[in-house]
Design a binder for this molecule. Sequence first.
Ligand code: BDR
Ligand code: CA
Length: 342
Amino acid sequence: MAHGSAREPEVTHGQPIPVIIDCDTGVDDALALLFAVRHPAIDLRAVTCVAGNTDVDGVVRNTLTVLEQAGAPEIPVARGAERPLIEPPRSARHVHGHDGMGDLGLPAPRRTPAGVDAVTLLRREILASPRPVTLVPTAPLTNIALLLRTHPEVTRNIERIVFMGGAAGAGNASPVAEFNVWHDPEAAAILLTAGVPITMYGLDVFTRVVVPGADVRRLRAAEEPGARLAGELLAHRPAAPGSRPDDPEEDAGGLGDAGAVCAVVDPEGLVTHRLPVEVSLAPGPTRGQTVVDRRARIGEAELHEGRREQPLVDVALDVDVERYVKLYLGAVEGTGAASRTG
Ligand code: BDR
Ligand code: CA
């Protein structure tokens, strides 16, 4: 199904893929963490936190709580940037709840974050990994931009960056800009020029991977806390447009950021095109837009003004929804060994 270049096998030499997630937990970031700690093809080496859906201290608290509920309390977690490089912080609590994670009344975490900041932990874990790391930002790109500018040598041990952000089509934070890029456009622009292979898991696929209501109800009734938490989080995700109270799909919930982690395990479930992508940094209505050049040939702009250097990115334009839902449920409900593809 897929074409483009994001075709690495999900398990290299029989070993799980070393992964680091940078997140703003966040209802769907929590879904992503649950999947990452439970899928056998992923070796989650660290999680770093950044301001986005809520303030960074709330993100740290939510992240630690999710890892404890998932039965993975030992994974190092670090606190990162409190605000974007230039913009003020602008939360998404109207989507993610007052606590940033659905106001589910979860217990406070028992442990505290690592004694180092996110950039330091990222550098340490990337360079210490025996095999190149796949970095998965599911949040504004502030930590990643700071990392790339402070320790550019990390790129030598990064296999690929698979980030949730941007859109080739419509935006959500603005008509054309997706929240993670809109929140810190300069940071996103730095990420795109990192000089490593990049997959953009943007809104074009992000909004499409929805878990059916019956599966969400089964998860919510699970005895195992991690699976039950996944059900509660999915139930908090916006219902499908047009659903009614008596609609059996009323409980359906989008995987959101978790789809980007599915794409690490199973890149064949995506259709990607390698395309020039640029972040609009101009003030005004296009700020934060990821301008994806899908033209078959150059136009008058290039003919009259010359070509500009633009990073090439593997942009996800289509996704096998059923495949990712099955992959997700298999891992989170503990039947994951069978869902290890390839
Ligand atoms: C992104 O914004 C956040 O609200 C979600 O967690 C996701 O990362 C979608 O635009
Ligand atoms: Ca997020």
